[in-house]
Design a protein around this ligand. Structure first.
Ligand code: HEC
Ligand code: HEC
Length: 424
C-alpha cells in the first residue's frame, strides 16, 4: 500500500493565495467569468469563458510541453531540454543546450531537473524556516532558476518562451498563433472556452496556466517513488554501502551534506534534499561553456548578470540556489555551469576542494593554482567556509575514497521508478 506521498503546499503567488493540495490547484481567488486578461485580475482568477478543469489543463500543458512548434525555430520544445527520461533535466552531457531562432544558440547554464520544483517557495531575501528555529533569518531562499529570479512556474515559463537562447518567440501573440495552428487547438478551446483565441492575452495566460498545472502533476513530477522513499515507508531495505553512504552524507564530521540537502522526514513530509537556500560552492570555471570564452564574463548567480534586481548586494555574488538531489544520478552535467560530468567527481570535489585545490582549478601564468577561478577575487570571501569545505591545502580530504563511493551509492537510491519487489 502506498502511504500518502502528496505534499500540501500553501502558496502565495503575486499576493494571491493559491492552494495546491496533492497537485490539485484550488483557486482561492476565483472570480466571476470575465472576458479580458489584460485587466488587473490576479493571475489565478478565472477570466476564461469556461472554468477549466485541472485534468484538462494538465493534458493541454503536456501537449504544449512536448510541442516543438511552440518555438521560433520549430525545433525546440520544453522537453528538448527538460527530458522526461532524465527527470525533466538534460538528456546529454553538454553543459548547456542549444536553442534560439535557428535552434543553434548556446544557453548560459545547465538545465535543472523540473521534478519536485513545485515545492520551491517563492524567492525571499529573508527566509524563516517554520520547522526549525523560526526566529533565525536564514538569508535568501526560494524562487525558480539557479538565481531565483522567477517566482512561479508560470513566470518561469515566460523566460524560455521569449529567451533568445531558448524558444525565441517575439511576443505572446506569436506563441498564441503557434498554439492556434497546433493539433491540440480544438482541445485548447474545449478546455478554456470557444472564444479563448479571440483575446491573445487571455490565450497566452491559458498557455502559462496549462504549463504550470502540468508541472504539478504528481505522477510525473513528484511521485516520491525512489528506493529511499520506499525505505522511508518501510517497504524495502537499503544495502550496507547505501546505509554507510547515508550516514556519511548526514554526518557533520564527514559529508555534512544534509545541512543544505536535508535527507530526513519532517512532520510526515518526505525530504526534498534541498533547504531552498543559496550558497557559493566555488564550482570551477567551465571552459567548455561558450560564454566563458570571454575572460571577463562571470556568472555570479544572485547578483547577476541574468538576475538584475540584486546587483548591488555584493555579498550575494557567486551564490546559487541549492538544487534538490532527487534523481541526481540521472544527470550527466552538474553545478550551474555544468562543469562536472560524473556524480562521483561532484562528491570528490566537496571532499578535496580545499585540501587539493590544484586538482580542481586552473593555474595562473606563474603556475600557482587559481582557487575559485570562476569568481573575481573581490567576491571570493563569499565562498562557503563550513564543513566539508573547511580544510586547508595539504590536509587529508574531508571524505575518504570509500566514503565517496558510499555516498554515490546512496545518491543512486534517490532515483524515481523503484519497485520495492526488485529489492536486492
Ligand atoms: C534551450 C533549453 C531550454 C528550453 C527549451 C526550456 N528550458 Fe527551462 N530551463 C533551462 C535552463 C538552462 C534553466 C535554468 C535557467 C537559469 O537558471 O537561468 C531552466 C529552468 C527552468 C525552470 C526552473 C527550474 C528550477 O529548478 O528553478 C523551469 C520551471 C523551466 N525551466 C520550465 C521550462 C518550460 C515550461 C519550458 C517550455 C515552455 C522550458 N523550461 C524550456 C533550459 C531550457
Ligand atoms: C553549504 C550548502 C551545501 C552543502 C554543505 C552541500 N551542498 Fe551540494 N550544492 C549546494 C549548492 C548551492 C549547489 C549548487 C552549486 C552551483 O551550481 O554552483 C549544490 C550542488 C550539488 C550537486 C549538483 C546537483 C546538480 O543538479 O547539478 C550535488 C550532486 C551535490 N550538491 C551534492 C552534495 C553532497 C554529496 C554534499 C556533501 C558532501 C553536498 N552537496 C554539500 C549546496 C550545498
Amino acid at each position: 500500500m502506498r502511504v500518502l506521498r502528496a505534499i500540501v503546499a500553501a502558496r502565495c503567488t503575486e499576493g494571491i493565495p493559491a492552494l495546491v493540495v496533492g497537485g490539485t490547484l484550488i483557486w482561492m481567488a476565483a472570480a466571476g467569468v470575465r472576458s479580458a486578461a489584460s485587466d488587473d485580475a490576479p493571475f489565478y482568477a478565472n477570466t476564461f469563458g469556461k472554468l477549466p478543469s485541472v485534468a484538462a489543463m494538465t493534458d493541454i500543458g503536456r501537449a504544449l510541453f512536448f510541442d516543438a512548434s511552440m518555438s521560433a525555430s520549430a525545433k525546440v520544445a520544453c522537453a528538448t531540454c527538460h527530458d522526461p527520461r532524465h527527470a525533466f533535466g538534460p538528456s546529454n552531457d553538454s553543459p548547456v543546450q542549444r536553442g534560439g531562432s535557428d535552434g543553434r544558440r548556446f544557453g548560459l547554464r545547465a538545465v535543472p531537473s523540473l521534478m519536485y520544483a513545485q515545492n520551491i517557495p517563492p524567492f525571499t531575501e529573508h527566509y524563516f524556516d517554520d520547522e526549525g528555529d523560526d526566529s533565525v533569518d536564514q538569508g535568501p531562499a526560494g524562487g525558480r532558476t539557479w538565481d531565483g529570479r522567477a517566482q512561479s512556474a508560470h513566470d518561469q515559463a515566460r523566460l524560455p518562451l521569449f529567451s533568445p537562447f531558448e524558444m525565441a518567440n517575439a511576443s505572446a501573440a506569436a506563441v498564441v498563433t503557434r498554439v492556434q495552428r497546433a493539433g491540440y487547438a480544438a482541445q485548447f478551446r474545449d478546455t478554456f472556452g470557444d472564444t479563448v483565441f479571440d483575446d491573445k492575452a487571455l490565450a497566452f495566460k491559458a498557455v502559462l496556466m496549462a504549463l504550470e498545472t502540468f508541472q504539478q502533476s504528481p505522477t510525473e513530477f513528484y511521485p516520491y517513488g525512489s528506493k529511499y522513499d520506499a525505505w522511508l515507508r518501510h517497504e524495502t531495505s537499503l544495502s550496507s554501502d547505501e546505509l554507510r553512504g547515508l550516514a556519511a552524507f548526514n554526518d557533520p564530521a564527514k559529508g555534512n551534506c544534509a545541512r543544505c540537502h536535508p535527507s530526513a522526514m519532517r512532520k510526515g513530509v518526505f525530504p526534498q534534499f534541498t533547504d531552498f537556500g543559496y550558497a557559493a560552492i566555488g564550482a570551477p570555471r567551465n571552459l567548455g561553456l561558450p560564454a566563458n570564452s570571454d575572460p571577463s564574463y562571470y556568472d555570479l548567480g544572485l547578483c547577476g548578470p541574468l538576475r538584475t534586481d540584486l546587483a548591488d548586494k555584493k555579498e550575494y555574488c557567486g551564490l546559487f540556489r541549492t538544487p534538490s538531489l532527487r534523481n541526481v544520478a540521472t544527470r550527466r552535467v552538474f553545478f550551474h555551469n555544468g562543469v562536472l560530468h560524473r556524480l562521483e567527481d561532484v562528491v570528490r570535489f566537496y571532499a578535496e576542494r580545499d585540501s587539493r585545490p590544484q586538482k580542481w582549478y586552473s593555474r595562473g601564468a606563474n603556475g600557482a593554482t587559481l582557487k575559485f577561478d570562476d569568481l573575481p577575487m573581490r567576491y571570493q570571501g563569499n565562498v562557503e567556509p563550513l564543513a566539508p569545505l573547511d580544510r586547508h591545502a595539504g590536509d587529508s580530504p574531508a571524505l575518504s575514497e570509500a566514503d565517496i563511493k558510499d555516498i554515490v551509492a546512496f545518491l543512486n537510491t534517490l532515483t524515481d521508478g523503484y519497485e520495492p519487489r526488485q529489492a536486492r
